[in-house]
Design a binder for this molecule. Structure first.
Ligand code: FAD
Length: 561
């Protein structure tokens, strides 16, 4: 098949080819079914969730093994121009998973060929999942909870993203302040580098490759497999939202909460800015957690500004655990999970068979509520604007799936998504609020405007991610949804507004980095990484992908002949 694809690519320049594969050797790809149509290739593999960058791949390969990935890289290396783009679930927003006139690897097919595997380590105390780079986090959650009552420590808000896609960026959500981003919660990778070599790496074995690939924007290797530590999965989550009228109070509370440790710490902390109006998308309607949760706007203090802030908190609970452990399961220093035993499963079975079950559940919920109240006492939110819900852990983690269903129904999921994500240093976040949220974005963006703190010491400086220099920095995520044919600003106007925000950060000298960066010039990339970070990034590229075959859609390095 490799020979077929090789000669086909040399003889065609306009039509695209789809090649499902299964490996037979390290430098051979063998086809198992017929190519799909040109239209499908261009619409699916020549675009992404952002819906702004359009390209036309020369061929789409559906790999079935790491050997197929290596063979695809070897094939590209034999041509003077071909590039290779692994495509996870295509949720990039600026063409990062695309390859114009190059090879696109559909990583979902790799996942279909590789079932999840559980491994026990750490003297029987630690559990790991070995998963394909093309597996979705939602699939890993469903499998690990059902099969092992365990789950990864760190998540993204939305789970239909691939393991390889988020590990190439960072993977952040409300657990990251405590557990680190997803790139801090992985213990081994199998990678195919830009030489076409298959390598297994970890913090102890080939650490330079391991840390280069994490947050490496796909530039140093294709993640074929990842080993993810699993922790005991909570059963229930107490989910809370509280509202602030003043940003300074919001930020002070959020920062004090991310610095709490031990049983005083929440399991999840996020937050967002919203418009002080009854607009269902940008305003009060974005805060409520369900139909029973009305937003009483008479509680908003008189004289409040155009923007309000919502802090979102969660506490985990595992059935069969004593209530004072509600603050979350602990990880001991070498990464092994404490108390990873099946006793709680047995307790649960016994309890569910007994007449005491309802009483037990009632007590738990009562203590959970009491504990939540104790832990939020002293915070400066507006009284009377608190919202809460008790949901299962899986319901909590898959909460954005419900938003996806609504967005699909109203057409905004399929529209363009000119998203902008930034990390802004804590010392600059109040100024950012004044200049960006309160001025440029005062009317909202037609989607969530996340702003919540993260802690730098939970990020390993050996990874390739660029971060602001302060210990606490904020994720600012402008998650814009543009409805096709609706009134409102055009995509171009929104992209210009994003540019205005970045210019505002630069001209005011804020310490910030773009997350999921979308730069176009070498000068911008160099500024993004900083002088030392850029030399390290360039050196890593020279070492692991000197011909710049991998991931052209990031637009960092040009393919070398
Ligand atoms: P793709 O978009 O397919 O690929 C992303 C990049 O990684 C591309 O450059 C691609 O070539 C490369 N790549 C893909 N697979 C591999 C691999 N196996 N090995 C090496 N490189 C690879 N991010 C967060 O951190 N937190 C969130 O809460 C969050 N929520 C999101 C919600 C939605 C609805 C969307 C659309 C995005 C969200 N993101 C979030 C951003 C998301 O992490 C990135 O868009 C990520 O790249 C998407 O993963 P994907 O699997 O779709 O990757």
């Amino acid at each position: 098949m490799l020979a077929y694809l090789d000669s086909h690519l040399r003889h065609q320049s306009t039509s695209a080819t789809s090649v499902p594969t299964s490996a037979t050797s390290d430098d051979e790809i063998s086809s198992t079914s017929v190519p799909t149509s040109d239209d499908e290739i261009s619409s699916t593999y020549g675009s992404d969730f952002g819906g702004i960058v359009r390209t036309r791949p020369a061929a789409v390969i559906r790999p079935a093994s790491a050997a197929d990935l290596a063979a695809a890289v070897a094939l590209a290396l034999r041509s003077p121009t071909l590039t290779v783009a692994p495509r996870g679930n295509g949720h990039s927003v600026a063409g990062q998973c695309q390859s114009d006139a190059g090879l696109v690897l559909d990583m979902r097919s790799l996942s279909a060929a590789a079932p999840f595997q559980a491994l026990v380590g750490g003297g029987g105390c630690a559990l790991y999942a070995d998963v394909s780079g093309g597996a979705l986090w939602s699939e890993l959650l469903a499998w690990s909870v059902a099969a092992h009552r365990a789950a990864p420590a760190s998540w993204t808000d939305y789970l239909d993203l691939t393991v390889g896609g988020t590990l190439s960026n960072a993977g952040v959500s409300g657990q990251a302040f405590r557990r680190g981003p997803q790139i801090s919660a992985v213990s081994e990778l199998e990678v195919v580098d830009g030489h076409g070599r298959r390598r297994v790496c970890s913090p102890d074995s080939d650490p330079d490759l391991f840390f280069s690939v994490l947050g490496g924007l796909g530039q140093f290797g294709i993640i074929a497999r990842a080993r993810i530590p699993l922790l005991p999965a909570p059963d229930m989550v107490k989910w809370m939202r509280v509202v602030y009228a003043r940003f300074e109070e919001y930020a002070a509370d959020a920062e004090s909460l991310v610095n709490r440790t031990g049983s005083d710490a929440f399991d999840y902390i996020e937050g967002f800015a919203f418009v002080n109006s009854d607009d269902p998308v940008n305003g009060y309607g974005s805060v409520v957690l369900g139909p029973d949760n009305g937003f009483d706007s008479s509680r908003v203090p008189p004289g409040s500004g155009s923007m309000l802030y919502c802090l979102e908190l969660a506490l985990h609970y595992r059935k069969g655990e004593s209530v004072d452990k509600v603050g979350g399961t602990e990880v001991i220093s070498d990464g092994r999970s404490a108390g990873f035993a099946d006793t709680s499963v047995r307790e649960w079975t016994v309890l569910s068979c007994s007449g005491y079950f309802c009483y037990f559940l009632f007590c738990i919920l009562y203590f959970l509520l009491q504990r939540a109240e104790e832990m939020t006492r002293g915070l400066g939110f507006v009284r009377g604007l608190e919202f809460g819900a008790e949901v299962t852990y899986v319901e909590f983690l898959t909460r954005v799936k419900r938003a996806e269903e609504e967005a699909r129904a109203n057409g905004s999921w399929g529209g363009a998504h000119p998203w902008l994500n930034l990390f802004v240093a804590a010392p600059d976040i109040a100024a950012f609020d004044r200049e960006v949220f309160k001025k440029i974005l005062k009317d909202g963006i037609g989607g969530p405007m996340l702003v919540y703190p993260l802690v730098r010491s939970k990020w390993d400086p050996r990874t390739s991610v660029a971060l602001p220099s302060s210990e606490v920095f904020y994720l600012v995520a402008l998650l814009r949804f543009v409805r096709p044919h609706a009134d409102g600003p055009s995509v171009e106007e929104i992209v210009n507004q994003n540019r205005q925000i970045v210019d505002c950060c630069r001209s005011n000298g804020y310490d910030f980095k773009m997350y999921l960066p979308q730069y176009r010039t070498e000068e911008d990339w160099e500024r993004h990484f900083g002088a030392d970070g850029w030399s390290r990034f360039v050196e890593r590229k020279r070492r692991y992908d000197p011909m710049a075959v991998l991931v052209p859609g990031q637009r960092i390095f040009a393919r070398r002949e």
